[in-house]
Design a protein around this ligand. Structure first.
Ligand SMILES: [Zn+2]
Ligand SMILES: [Zn+2]
Length: 107
């Protein structure tokens, strides 16, 4: 029986933790330890944030442009926010015409 040097970890994906960005008082000691489940775009300057479920409830008290459930491409470098599909996508995918931070159509 030979030792395998590497465990079969499967496909390598971006393993950076996508942590909830809630931090009362911007103090590292109060950072929310939860994994983010929501992606929030706060304003037309494309400032985005990450939130867990309870903190998304708090975020909903404030005005923001758009939000969607965290997907595989969220918070990855180079992705674009797709307002129509409610997700983040790489710009080389077809049918991405929503890169401009326009006002979302209000129902
Ligand atoms: Zn949180
Ligand atoms: Zn996203």
């Amino acid at each position: 029986m030979t030792m395998q040097p590497f465990a079969p970890l499967g496909r390598i994906v971006d393993s950076r933790p996508r942590k909830c960005g809630h931090s009362p008082g911007d103090n590292p000691g109060t950072d929310c330890p939860a994994e983010a489940t929501w992606h929030i775009m706060w304003n037309t300057d494309r400032e985005v944030g990450l939130a867990c479920d309870p903190h998304m409830d708090i975020a909903r008290r404030y005005v923001f442009l758009d939000s969607h459930r965290i997907g595989p491409d969220c918070d990855m470098p180079g992705t674009l926010w797709d307002f129509d599909e409610k997700r983040c996508v790489y710009p080389d995918e077809p049918a991405v015409e929503t890169a401009a931070a326009e006002q979302p159509t209000t129902a």
